[in-house]
Every structure is written in C-alpha cells, then in structure tokens.
Design a protein around this ligand. Structure first.
Ligand code: SAH
Length: 344
C-alpha cells in the first residue's frame, strides 16, 4: 500500500515532491487534479509519463463508489451511501436551506458510544475514517449533486472526538484555500460529550461551532439513554462546556432529541433551561426520528410546545430543527443499517 496522498495537505505534498527530487509546482498541479475529483494519475495530463509512473508507485488513490443515492420528493434532501476502499459503507446527507447547502458527514464506520435511540451505534464501531475518506464525502457529494456545499456538520455516523486526529486533519484539508476552502465558521462538530477531549479541542483554536448532544439535563435520564454519561455526568459536562466557551469565546449548542415520556417533562424543561443559561448555550430541539429497532417514540406536538414555552420563558435561545429527508432514511445510520440487514 502506498501513501494516502488524499490525506496530505498541499504543503506536505510539496515537501514530499521536493524530497523526491521533483519540482515544487508539480505538487500543486497534482493537488488541483485531486481537488477536481480526478483519481487516476494517468488522467493528470499535464504531468510527464515518467512522473505519473513514479507517483503511481508511491501513492494510492481511491474514488468512493455510490452504493445508493436517494433524493427526497418533499425537500430535495439527498442521501448517499458510499462504498469505502475496504468494502465498508458510510452515509452522507446533503440538505438545502435558504442560505445554502449543508452536508452532514460521517467520521466513523459505526460508533462505540451506544446511545439508546441512535441507529449508528447498533453493531458497534467497525473503524474510524481516514481524513481523506471524510473529505471525499464532501467532495464527491458536491461533484455528484452539482450542489455547492457551503456548510458542514459532523453529525453523521460516528463520534468525532473518538477520531480526533483524523477529524482535525479533515478540517484543515476541507478548509484549505487551495482545496474546497470551506470556512471553519461554517463547520459544526457534534459530540455526545467526550469531556476529556474538550480542552484539546479548545487548544486547536478553530472557529468551528461545537454542539453537544445533551438529550437530558439530569444524570438519571441521561445515563439511561447515553452510556457516555455514566462515567462523566452532566455536572462535569457542564463544567467542560463552560470552560470551552470561556477559552474559545465560541457559544455552544445543545442538541436535544425529544423522546416521548423519557426527556420531555416539565422537570426536564426547567433543568435544561437552567443548564443552558449557565453555559450560555443555544438549544436545538429535534423531533426524534423513529428508528425501527428502537422502542422510542417522538414527543407529541403539544408536549413540544409546552417544553419550548418553558425554555423561552426562562430566556433560553431555542430553535426547532426542521425535519428534512424523512422519506429517504436521512437520520444517522439508518441507511447503512438497512443495507446491513438486507445483506444479512
Ligand atoms: N456522535 C456525535 C455525532 C453524531 S451527531 C454526537 O453524538 O453528537 C447525530 C445527532 O443526531 C446527535 O445529536 C444524535 O444524538 C442525534 N440522533 C441520533 N439518533 C437520533 C434519532 N433517532 N432521532 C433524533 N436525533 C438522533
């Protein structure tokens, strides 16, 4: 196996070329081809035949294959299932909003966090994605759909803070001015609350938005539905959120999937308001997506309204996430799961 050139930054490719005795500008030419989606050195027609042969020996290239592509009839949301080089598959969703197109990318094949309502974690973690594999979700979704991607959310399959180094490298790749050039301010990283990584993330000094999948403001409820809470606890999570905010000046968002009879009571709303105000967090409510092998049901609209009212009265900045792509299994892990089941 050669070197994964697709995970290298332009500067690193340049350095490698100089070490190989090649001209620096050649590296730029190669990077341009890669950014255009070309994945065969023989198609890089401005390089000499001998250089192409040399590159083929040194580096490996791969082009993800579309295993399935579904387009929502309601809202145009596109859901891709990509085949990776080792036969594993991950999902990517492209959503269109008034302000541009947002892509939701996966960072792992499966997930080890075990959240009780989530389809991605059924079957556990298979492996983490390479930086290039996450980047290619963005690049090939844009090339295939013809939709210019302006925003990225790391809210697909996997826990970004369990794949820290590769996710950081992906951010630098996708942000690179010579590459896709997507601004850090247009990127959101979502975590189930791996608190011991928050300081490390703050150290990176990125302008990204950090979102915490809270889903319950108290330990009893949260530990029941999110095993990651059992060793950490909500108090510790809040301390780490506050510290992150203080250190970066970047406001955190709480994701809160409303689950009927589990986390949607008045008690939960009041405690959530208190927590959000303490941390200066914005709250994003999500109507739970039904997952076939999970028993949870979404909160009723009436309950949701009452919940929102309590938050608003407490002065919390709250939004409800629009539900997109419900006809294309567009929530985490659902499509990969379906294919796994079909394949037995
Ligand atoms: N592991 C990270 C990234 C995944 S993001 C995290 O936990 O944040 C996916 C988001 O969708 C998370 O907020 C997750 O809790 C939420 N989610 C998972 N299953 C869901 C479901 N069935 N309905 C609504 N939201 C769900």
């Amino acid at each position: 196996m050669g070197i994964d050139i697709l995970s290298m930054l332009p500067e690193e490719i340049e350095k490698d070329f100089v070490e190989m005795g090649e001209a620096k500008y050649r590296a730029g030419q190669v990077f341009n081809w890669l950014t255009k989606g070309v994945r065969d050195f023989d198609e890089m027609t401005n390089l000499s035949k001998s250089l192409r042969e040399k590159l083929k020996e040194r580096y490996t290239l791969y082009k993800p294959k579309v295993l399935s592509k579904q387009v929502s009839e309601y809202d145009g949301t596109i859901k891709y299932l990509w085949e990776l080089k080792d036969g594993n598959a991950v999902e990517t969703v492209v959503m269109s909003y008034e302000y541009g197109n947002t892509i939701c990318v996966s960072c792992q094949v499966g997930c080890r966090q075990g959240c009780a309502f989530c389809a991605s974690t059924i079957g556990g973690l298979v492996r983490s994605l390479e930086p290039s594999e996450i980047l290619d979700e963005v690049l090939y979704s844009e090339l295939d759909s013809g939709k210019h991607i302006s925003n990225i959310v790391l809210m697909g399959i996997g826990e970004p803070l369990d794949n820290f180094d590769n996710v950081m490298r992906f951010l630098h790749l996708v942000n690179h001015p010579k590459g896709m050039n997507i601004g850090m301010r247009h990127i959101t990283l979502s975590t189930c609350g791996i608190t011991e990584m928050f300081d490390k993330l703050a150290d990176e000094n990125l302008q990204i938005t950090l979102t915490v999948s809270l889903h319950a403001p108290d330990d009893e409820t949260r530990s029941k539905i999110m095993p990651a809470n059992r060793s950490r606890g909500v108090d510790e999570l809040m301390r780490c959120c506050k510290r992150y905010y203080d250190r970066t000046g970047r406001r955190i968002s709480f994701e809160y999937a409303m689950i009927d009879g589990v986390n949607d009571s008045e008690y939960h709303a009041k405690l959530l308001a208190k927590r959000a105000n303490m941390v200066g967090a914005h709250v994003n409510l999500i109507p739970l997506n039904h997952v076939e092998e999970r028993q949870f049901k979404p909160t009723t609209p009436g309950h949701m309204r009452a919940f929102i009212k309590i938050l608003e009265e407490a002065g919390v900045n709250v939004t409800v996430r629009r539900k997109l792509g419900s006809d294309v299994d567009a929530s985490c892990g659902q499509l990969r799961r379906k294919i796994q089941k079909i394949q037995g």
